[in-house]
Write a protein that binds this ligand. Structure first.
Ligand SMILES: [Mg+2]
Length: 317
């Protein structure tokens, strides 16, 4: 994060000397520092427990006992207590999902889309940002859900599981019959550091700042390859992510991503077009204390840039 906090907009030299009254007026018009918040051109979202309120693989469980067992494994991986690679294989071999079951996860994703996800993505794309989804979930439902939210299909990266139409086997399957998953699907995204590697390659050589938004440890690992990491605690709240994130959203919706990503320049465009509603919901969440900044300078800068300082004092005396 750069350090142009509190930068005062320069007064252009005038061809003729201003008189005293003009000088007084100029000093008033430039009294307020023009703090700006940067725009991040590339926004990478996690899917499970970020864009959608479920863990897609957990939702494949057919009964409560299995669901509890699978959810505990997922949580262990997302909190860094177990390796994602081990957990991935264990979950899928316990679940043995049919292809139809995997496909149906897209409906579960849609039903449980996190509030604000579609509006924020649509607005970011209108403003010219590139939006990506990088997920450790299964590619078929993740892609369909992401496209439903307005993400370009080529910007979606998840775990590809190839199903053989002729044999009814999942790719990588050893044994098994019918349309059952029966083997470990090999992908970089089923490893703890895989998301960081995929995001790093995705952004390599691209111009403009980058932001990662996610809830888990694998998302946090990608912090080193982006300019700003935004932790999302609206579905699963993980203290380890909250503590290490540059910014942490404690609201149960994604609206705050919009001011964080679009910046002062984006706000100006939305104001011109008369479309600031979604943006302002995000600002109000920050003002209500639902957006936490690890760096107080960044917090000051964000609050100043969007005029939230006096209101914040009023709301929380
Ligand atoms: Mg997640």
């Amino acid at each position: 994060m750069g350090g142009d906090v509190g930068r005062v907009q320069a007064v252009s030299p005038s061809p003729r000397q201003p008189d005293r009254l003009q000088l007084v007026l100029m000093s008033f018009s430039h009294a307020k520092p023009q703090t700006r918040w940067p725009a991040y051109r590339h926004i990478v979202f996690d899917c499970d427990a970020t864009l959608s309120a479920v863990e897609g693989i957990d939702s494949l469980a057919v009964d409560d006992d299995t669901r509890t067992e699978i959810a505990a494994l997922t949580d262990a991986a997302m909190s860094g207590e177990a390796s994602l690679d081990d957990v991935y294989a264990e979950r899928l071999s316990a679940l043995q999902p049919s292809r139809d079951a995997v496909r149906n996860v897209r409906d579960t994703y849609r039903r449980t889309a996190v509030e604000g996800a579609a509006e924020v993505i649509a607005t970011l794309r209108e403003l010219g940002h590139e939006v990506y989804v990088v997920s450790g979930g299964l590619a078929e439902p993740v892609r369909e859900f992401a496209v439903h939210l307005g993400v370009a299909p080529e910007n979606v990266h998840a775990v590809e599981a190839i199903h053989d139409q002729l044999s009814g086997q999942w790719w990588g399957a050893g044994t098994g019959s019918g349309q059952q998953y029966s083997g470990h699907v090999s992908s970089e995204l089923t490893t703890d550091d895989g998301k960081a590697a995929v995001v790093g390659r995705l952004l390599s050589g691209r111009q403009g700042g980058s932001m990662m938004v996610g809830d888990g440890l694998t998302d946090l690992a990608a912090r080193r390859v982006v300019d700003i990491f935004v932790g999302f605690g609206g579905v699963s709240s993980r203290p380890v992510v909250a503590e290490a994130a540059d910014v942490y959203i404690a609201a149960d919706s994604l609206y705050a991503v919009l001011p964080l990503a679009a910046g002062t320049a984006g706000r100006a465009v939305l104001e011109r077009d008369g479309y600031t509603e979604t943006f302002d919901v995000g600002c109000r969440q920050a003002r209500a204390g639902l957006v936490k900044f690890n760096d107080s300078t960044n917090k000051q800068r964000f609050f100043e840039a969007f005029g939230l300082l006096e209101e914040a004092t009023d709301d929380h005396p």
